[in-house]
Ligand binder design. Structure first.
Ligand code: ADP
Ligand code: MG
Length: 236
């Protein structure tokens, strides 16, 4: 069984953090022991999205060798467990991304699913999460530049010994959904886990520091994410 997924895309702003937080919450709602880990150590957003931005210990301290991972685990919604990164630049500088593998192994032993939110780009801290997960899920927007960046990320992942089998299409329009999905599957050589529509509820729920799957459970984005969670956990 696949347990550790890295959520990646190449480009910033495609929805990696949104997918990590909401898919993690949806898996937790299904009764799965789920952890999310903010491996975007430079531009940490998970803490901000879940109201955990002021916690005393984060992944930064763990990667700097100053704290144990147990000290950086916090309760999120629906039983989700959250390991946020810190928002200080100094913390980022002190964090050693090579320690991520150790942290991942420690967390994965405790749970059914571990979702790792990857940074954009191909820096060192961006490459490690691609290499260490069982599977990488590419978050792709239905536009050419996003598809090209996702393809680069797939190639890079394979170069560093990782696996990419799946994509989630985020911010999908209403038209030609099937066609767009098939085109992305073909261009990237991956299987789509589903399309999440462009949905204002995503931004609105962020203002409440609550995942959209909890704040607006019947919205289009929530229903799509819950379907993906059910597919991943084989409950459908
Ligand atoms: P990334 O982590 O890839 O940089 P984020 O998850 O932070 O991307 O999302 C970038 C922005 O897009 C955020 O403001 C988020 O609220 C918005 N967003 C993400 N997914 C959707 C969606 N399906 N519909 C509308 N807005 C979205
Ligand atoms: Mg992000």
């Amino acid at each position: 069984m696949i347990r550790a997924y890295t959520i990646a895309s190449g480009k910033g702003g495609t929805g990696k953090t949104t997918v990590t937080v909401n898919l993690g919450t949806a898996l937790a709602q299904l009764g799965k022991e789920t952890y999310i880990l903010d491996a975007d150590v430079g531009m940490a957003n998970i803490g901000i999205l879940l109201g955990l931005e002021n916690v005393p210990v984060t992944l930064h301290e763990v990667l700097a060798g100053k704290a144990k991972v147990d000290e950086a685990i916090y309760d999120g919604p629906a039983g989700l467990k959250v390991v946020p990164s810190g928002i200080s630049l100094q913390g980022f500088q002190d964090a050693n991304p090579d320690r991520l593998r150790e942290v991942m192994h420690d967390l994965v032993d405790r749970c059914d699913y571990l979702l790792i939110d990857a940074p954009a780009g191909i820096s060192r801290d961006g490459v490690v999460p691609l290499a260490i997960a069982d599977e990488v899920i590419l978050v792709v927007n239905p536009e050419l530049s996003s598809i090209v960046d996702a393809l680069k990320t797939k190639i890079l992942t394979e170069l560093v010994g990782g696996h990419v089998q799946y994509a989630i299409i985020n911010r999908a329009g209403k038209d030609n959904l099937d066609f767009v999905e098939k085109k992305i599957e073909k261009s990237l050589g991956v299987k789509s886990l589903g399309s999440v529509p462009e949905d204002n509820h995503v931004r609105e729920s962020a203002a409440y520091k609550t995942p959209v799957v909890i704040k607006y459970p019947t919205s289009g984005s929530s229903r799509a994410i819950k379907r993906i969670a059910a597919e991943i956990s084989g409950c459908e």
